[in-house]
Design a protein around this ligand. Structure first.
Ligand code: ADP
Length: 236
């Protein structure tokens, strides 16, 4: 694997974006050409070709949305609307939905916090939702255990709240950890998987949390699982 620079230069970024847009576009063109040339010569084949074309176009659309979001955050052109957010109820909603979905597959999602502590922080609710959702989607994407387990642990310090989001998935190697929050960085696990990540998810998380004046870091053990930590300023 080539070595990875902490700060990608503009040329490398343009190359990455071009490649990530070109690959699905080539596939879409291939399927349409197949239809034009009569290769999809049964109704079933035609339907399959159209479904794949639609799904690929949809994935591209998602990638472009993510690129837009990243660049808006990078240019600071998307204003943050800070309000008081009680992280306990914020996460209770997330976990309830996740637990419901995981239950069908014998998995668990739990929220752990102390009853009498305060978890009220200043946050942009929508952007925080996006950050948390990127992290939890990764937990589901990079999961190889039969019993999926996701846990959110809230802890309260005098000035901050720390959020620890843990999963029992495939984990991340020690060498990769320093880079996972960099734009377009992805490990082979992402590159080779059918879910195919863009390498933008965690760089968006980092931008959002830093704009909150918070911090983000990760801890992981290959084969065992990953924890992503966030800190946010508390309302005192
Ligand atoms: P991607 O779109 O590839 O998922 P991200 O920026 O969200 O990009 O994550 C960067 C890389 O970090 C991923 O390619 C993946 O290898 C690794 N990663 C992130 N979260 C997890 C997790 N919960 N478990 C294992 N690997 C993870």
């Amino acid at each position: 694997m080539p070595s990875y620079n902490m700060k990608k230069n503009r040329h490398e970024l343009i190359a990455s974006i071009s490649h990530d847009l070109k690959t699905p576009l080539t596939s879409i063109k291939g399927y349409i050409k197949g239809i034009q040339d009569g290769v999809a010569n049964t109704p079933e084949k035609l339907e399959r070709y159209l479904n794949i074309t639609y799904k690929t176009a949809n994935d591209m659309d998602g990638l472009i949305d993510e690129l837009f979001l990243y660049s808006k955050l990078d240019l600071k052109s998307s204003p943050f609307q800070f309000e008081k957010v009680d992280l306990y109820s914020f996460f209770a909603d997330f976990i309830e939905e996740l637990a419901f979905n995981l239950e069908q597959e014998q998995g668990t999602a739990t929220l752990v916090a102390k009853k009498n502590d305060s978890y009220v922080v200043m946050a942009d609710r929508e952007k925080l939702r996006r950050a948390v959702s990127n992290i939890l989607q990764n937990s589901l994407k990079y999961m190889d255990k039969e019993h999926k387990s996701i846990q959110v642990l809230l802890s309260s310090q005098p000035d901050t709240v720390t959020i620890k989001m843990s999963d029992n998935g495939i984990g991340i190697s020690k060498e990769a950890i320093p880079f996972i929050f960099e734009i377009f960085y992805r490990t082979d696990a992402s590159r080779n998987s059918s879910t195919g990540g863009s390498g933008l998810g965690l760089s968006i998380v980092k931008k959002i949390i830093e704009e909150h004046g918070g911090t983000v870091w990760a801890d992981s053990k290959l084969g065992k699982g990953t924890s992503i930590y966030l800190t946010l300023k508390k309302v005192i």
